[in-house]
Structures are given as C-alpha cells and as structure tokens.
Design a binder for this molecule. Sequence first.
Ligand SMILES: Cc1cc2nc3c(=O)[nH]c(=O)nc-3n(C[C@H](O)[C@H](O)[C@H](O)COP(=O)(O)O)c2cc1C
Length: 386
Amino acid sequence: MRLRRCHCVVIQPRERFTIDLELMLRETPRLASTFEWVALAAHLDAEVRVDLDEIAVLGKVSAHAWTDRSQLEYEHPTQTLQSLEAKGLLVAEHTATANADDSVRTTHWEGLSAVAHRHLRWRDIDSERERGRFQELVEGEPLAHLGPPPATSVERGPPEARIALPGTPASPLAALMARRVTCRNFDPVRPLAPDDLASVLGLVFGARAEATVTGVPVLKKGSPSAGGLHPTEAYLLVRRVDGVAPGLYHYHAVAHALEPLRQLEAAEADALALRFVAVQRYFLEAPVLVIYASRFERNFWKYRQHAKAYRATILDVGHLSQTLYLAATERGLAAFFTAAVNEVDIEAAFGLDPMTQGVIGVGGFGHRADTREEIEFDPLHAVWPA
Ligand SMILES: Cc1cc2nc3c(=O)[nH]c(=O)nc-3n(C[C@H](O)[C@H](O)[C@H](O)COP(=O)(O)O)c2cc1C
C-alpha cells in the first residue's frame, strides 16, 4: 500500500474563546483562550484539528510521488501516520479519499483558491436565523456597533479640481438599466410563459456561435468570459413555468434546450428553493431559480494552477447575472441574484462535485407582484410608485 500527502492543504492557527467561570469572578473578567492548529484540505469538506507532530510529518511526505507505507513507517512514527491517514491528510492509493483528492489535482486548482472555495461553502444555513442572531448581538443597532460605514464615493482632490463630464444621454439602454431593480416581491401565483423562459435563457446562457480558436472549441455568448471559455453552466429549479413540469433541469447552451434531471412535487420544490437561497423567503416565489455553476475544469484546463483563474470564474458569473437582469427587465420581468446560498445542498440536489462544477450563486426571474411587502432599492421610483 502506498501513500502520499493530499494535493492542497492549508494549516491555520486558531484561538478559541470560552467563558472561564473562575476568571469571570475575578475583578476583570476575561475569556479563556485555547490555541490549536487546524488543517483545511481542498478535498475534504470539514477542517480537521492537527498537532505539531502531525504537521511535521505532513511536511515531509511527498504530495506528488507515492511512497510505500513501510518506507514511511521506517521514517516516521506509525501512530502519527495512521492519525494523518484517518484524518484524510495522507491519502492511500485506490481509496475514496484518493478519488476526492484526484478531482482537485486533475482540475488544476491553484491551492489557496481550492481551499477557499471548498471551505467557504454553506450547508443548511438559515439566513433569517443568522440575521436574528446578529440583531441580538448588536442589540438592534448595527450602526452603533459597526461604526459609520466608509463613504459612498472616493475623493482624490478638491471639488474645484474636478473636470465635469457631460450627462449620460437618454437611450434605450439607459432606460432599461433604470428599470433594473433587484426583485424581492415576486407574484406568488402568476406563472412564467415558456417564451419568457426561453428568451431569457437564450440571451444569457445560449451559444450564438460555435467556433474553434487556435484549436480550442469555444462558444460565442452575450457576455464576456475569461479566455472565451464560458465555464458557467445554468442549472434550473423550475417551479411555475407553463408547460414545464416543476423540477430540476440543466440548460444546454448549444442545443438551447432543457435537460430534465428530476421532477419535483410542489412541496419538495418549495423546500429546495428555500434551502438553496438560505431561507431568504422573499426569493421563494420566483417561478424559476437559476443556479450559476462554474465548470472549473474548463477554465483551469487553460489557466492551470493560475492565481487569477478562480477569481475569473466568479467574475464570469457576475457578467452573466447582469445580462440576466437586463434580459428579464427588457421583457417586463424582474430578477434577483444572491451569493447567500447553501452550495452544499445545491450540489447534492444536482449531483455536482464542488471541485469540478462549483456553485457560485443563485438568481431567478419572474413577474413582479402588484404590491410591495419586502424592501427593494428603487429610489428613482422606476418600478414602484412613490
Ligand atoms: C454578488 C451579489 C450578491 C447579492 N446577494 C444578495 C443577497 O444575499 N440577498 C439579497 O437580498 N440581495 C442580494 N443581492 C442584491 C443586492 O442586495 C442588490 O443588488 C442591492 O441591494 C442594490 O439593489 P439593486 O440591485 O436593485 O440596484 C446581491 C447582489 C450581488 C451583485
């Protein structure tokens, strides 16, 4: 049996605070600190606690070459090796842990990005509950606790030194952008027409042309994409679209077609939608949710272990989301985007491996309700009367 170190791991010092009753009773009550090291590996969902002996051995085992266990046992304490293997930081050949580690290697992740992506994902987070906890912590007065926010704009000289620019002329694009307001009041009853679904998906995610550039097959789409690679896939949770059964789908960018993955009962679709958007109830009534999932393997195939590659995949999603906002607004629909999502739950529903196809955010679109119950940022009264 041969072993090697996992591909990407970051060791972090941690200080945990606990209330020590004895210290509390002293004149100046203090929190007690405990210090520990944790390992965050790109192929493991959970961080693991490690000690200094384990860290020392981990630093001496190759992550590239496989080494015979007997050779390692000759060089290092068997107990430490066993503990590292049990924690998944040393990987044995032909095991499930090795497969998970392989998906990080073969996708060509840059190490820090891989660890950040894996460990910043949410599972079963309820943002309503979190908001309540935050309000309790700041005693309902966030500004008093956070202090004043940084200014809305930056000034790099005195006002008299500024060169005034002409105003932005009226145009169809300016008018369209003025009506773009993140929607938190979707019509809870009105379904989406199939034409609206098809048009928005086609404009945002559909391929306008297929080509080969320097031997690489690429697609032309309505938004820019790093390296022209278009790694972002649209997965859908359809809830109320005429003629389309509620369920999970994948949008095929070249065929401009829906690929059915799983049909859902209405109650199950509701529960999944709520979980996907971390219990932001105001997004629940959107008739269709769009999961922006980045096929990292496609971008990283070109930008291997590249410091900017992960960032580029996220920026791609930002461009697509703005295009979706505008495409929906143009059809008289409303849209939203949220980064507060339970990635792990979405991966489970769609069968996605987080290191090869990772969830970046969730959007949605549909008809806006006639009445406003939840806040929308519309200071110009472009969609809501004053
Ligand atoms: C990256 C990103 C993340 C966002 N996350 C959330 C979110 O978690 N919840 C939410 O209600 N809105 C979210 N929004 C929407 C913003 O709150 C919204 O854009 C902002 O309030 C300005 O309003 P506007 O889009 O109508 O101009 C997000 C927007 C972006 C671009």
